[in-house]
Design a protein. Structure first.
Length: 264
């Protein structure tokens, strides 16, 4: 049984320390980080501003080196993969807008196929099927011929997720995908991620400030505080009081009965 469970682990973090190397020594942001991401699950990452969420995501995707510890991707050390190989396993959705908003929606999404195309970058019928699927699932088919600069923030976020879907990786990592969205589109994006994890069997990790929504929708949560980084189901984290120390208690408190934060 243990061997069967181990096969379902996509990404494993062992005693990880994250931060930046400096001339006068390492600047440690967080340490003693341990968790495993399993296929077909939705995982949220929460914590106060500046706690290290983006740094952890960049480290998990190979954009930034770890200070110590190990990250294992399908049992192999992350640093043993080339950039091209990583692009076949992990797709990343960042908060930055695309480099050129003059691209059409379909053109931008088609860039997700780059790890799979030939040296000329020609799209095969299989590539186009993946692009059509990504458009359909994210409900952006009607936008496919529009320019990216014509889109609203909510539409652009769906297109960014569609590009990651077209890349067809088993793991999708998103940095605050609900930033600048209204409450409807925040809920829409998170429900879409939940659907993709459940129905497409993707392993999806995202950072967010929408803690109330994340508690309702995720299978697991990573909770980052100054003292520690915790990983468990939302229910277990509530029971162990992990949300109580996220923010200054004089201003805001967590209500374990409702699973929500309230202003004092």
């Amino acid at each position: 049984m243990e061997q069967q469970q181990a096969k379902n682990i996509d990404l494993e973090v062992r005693n990880l320390t994250i931060g930046y190397k400096a001339k006068n020594g390492d600047a440690i942001i967080a340490d003693a980080i341990n968790f495993s991401l399993r296929e077909g699950t939705l995982i949220g990452m929460v914590g106060a501003n500046g706690i290290g969420k983006s740094t952890l995501l960049r480290t998990l995707t190979g954009m930034q080196p770890a200070l110590s510890g190990e990250i294992l991707l399908y049992g192999k050390k992350l640093r043993s993969y080339s950039g091209f190989q990583l692009a076949q396993f992990i797709s990343v959705v960042l908060t930055e807008p695309p480099a050129s908003k003059n691209l059409s929606v379909r053109e931008l999404i088609s860039l997700g196929r780059q790890p799979h195309t030939n040296w000329m970058g020609s799209l095969s019928s299989e590539d186009n099927k993946a692009i059509d699927y990504a458009l359909e699932v994210t409900e952006t088919t009607s936008l496919s011929h529009r320019k990216c600069y014509e889109l609203s923030d909510g539409q652009m976020q769906r297109v960014a997720i569609a590009r990651a879907l077209a890349q067809d990786t088993p793991i999708i990592i998103l940095d605050e995908p609900t930033t600048h969205l209204d409450i409807y589109h925040r809920a829409y994006v998170l429900k879409l991620l939940k659907k993709l994890a459940t129905e497409a069997n993707k392993t999806i990790l995202f950072s967010t400030h929408e803690i109330d929504l994340a508690i309702q929708l995720t299978d697991y949560l990573i909770v980052m505080t100054q003292e520690e980084t915790s990983f468990d189901t939302p229910c277990n984290l509530i029971e162990s009081g992990k949300f109580n120390t996220l923010f200054p208690s004089k201003t805001i408190a967590f209500d374990p009965e409702t699973g929500r934060f309230v202003i004092k």
